[in-house]
Design a protein around this ligand. Structure first.
Ligand code: SF4
Ligand code: SF4
Length: 95
């Protein structure tokens, strides 16, 4: 599952490296190996594998991560898979 990738360049995940204190919680809770911590700073290593679940942002003690959990194209695609319906995210009508 961790090698699964979705649409490219649609993920809302943002990392403010200046705020990061290197605690490693984001890398621990991320189910898809999107984040790693090196030299006490987090970095995004697999952006397109992010499912916008929000776990990283919810567990970051300094709000260094921002992600629009449960919205957007990635969420729409997943909901489409789960429901068997045509994916729709209302962003631009392009997916
Ligand atoms: S939103 Fe979820 S999948 Fe994406 S980086 Fe954060 S924990 Fe990983
Ligand atoms: S949870 Fe936040 S502070 Fe901790 S390593 Fe990740 S981004 Fe940095």
């Amino acid at each position: 599952m961790s090698n699964l990738r979705y649409l490219e360049n649609v993920v809302t995940l943002e990392l403010d490296v200046e705020k990061c204190i290197g605690c490693g919680m984001c890398a621990v809770v991320c189910p898809h190996g999107v984040l790693e911590v090196e030299e006490r700073k987090a970095r995004i290593v697999e952006r397109d594998a992010c499912i916008e679940c929000g776990a990283c942002a919810g567990n970051c003690p300094v709000e260094a991560l921002i992600v629009k959990a449960g919205v957007g194209c990635a969420s729409a695609i997943i909901n489409g898979w789960l429901t068997g319906e045509e994916p729709s995210c209302d962003c631009s009508g392009s997916c």
